[in-house]
Design a protein around this ligand. Structure first.
Ligand code: SF4
Ligand code: SF4
Length: 195
């Protein structure tokens, strides 16, 4: 009797083990049908999403030296150097800088700037051998980066989130193809039509 119980238990465990092996193999076989989604950076680059918070762009002529960006920054980072011009009774901006070696790209300064002098770009490759080179002055901040889709040296690839429904591999989808879901302007258009 004891022997028969042991055989029964052994059979049950063997069936359970076969079930688990089957589950594991089904996952393996499922992935064998997919192509790798490796991006060959820097020859290929993913197109950043619309609200991507990359390196900040600064427009000198728009800045009124109010220092709101400094006050809303969690680390008081932007350096706004200005002098008061008593003739026109206004502040005059002398220099402006942000150190991207310290910035956490939270976007507060961009959000609260009253004149929209600041904006986020899609630039993310800021690597350098010396972190002090990341302290951008107003000239460096005023430079617009080359868009991934405009760079002739780069093959732009759509992010996973922007691929058409059911597609998981961006290499064969042209970057001009319609993305999954509605674009903000399409949502605004639909809302204005409903009014
Ligand atoms: S908040 Fe805008 S306008 Fe004010 S100092 Fe900063 S960048 Fe200039
Ligand atoms: S993005 Fe955030 S951390 Fe960077 S300068 Fe602006 S407010 Fe400061």
């Amino acid at each position: 009797m004891k022997f028969l119980n042991k055989v029964g238990e052994y059979t049950k465990e063997a069936v359970q083990a076969a079930k688990y092996i089957g589950q594991g193999m089904s996952v393996t076989f499922d992935h064998m049908r997919r192509r790798p989604i490796t991006v060959q950076y820097p020859y290929e680059k993913l197109i950043p999403s619309e609200r991507f918070r990359g390196r900040i762009h600064f427009e000198f002529d728009k800045c009124i030296s109010c220092e709101v960006c400094v006050r809303v920054c969690p680390i008081n980072l932007p350096v706004v150097d200005w002098k008061f011009n008593s003739e026109i009774k206004k502040k005059e901006l002398k220099s402006y800088s942000i150190d991207f070696g310290v910035c956490i790209f939270c976007g507060n300064c961009v959000e609260y700037c009253p004149t929209n002098a600041l904006s986020m770009t899609e630039e993310y490759d800021l690597s350098t051998f010396d972190r002090h080179e990341l302290n951008f002055d107003s000239v460096a901040l005023g430079r617009m980066p080359t868009k991934v889709t405009d760079d002739p040296l780069v093959t732009p690839i759509r992010e996973l989130a922007y691929l058409p429904k059911g597609v998981i591999e961006g290499h064969e989808v042209p970057h001009t193809a319609k993305r999954a879901g509605l674009r903000p302007e399409e949502i605004a258009e639909a809302a204005s039509e409903q009014k």
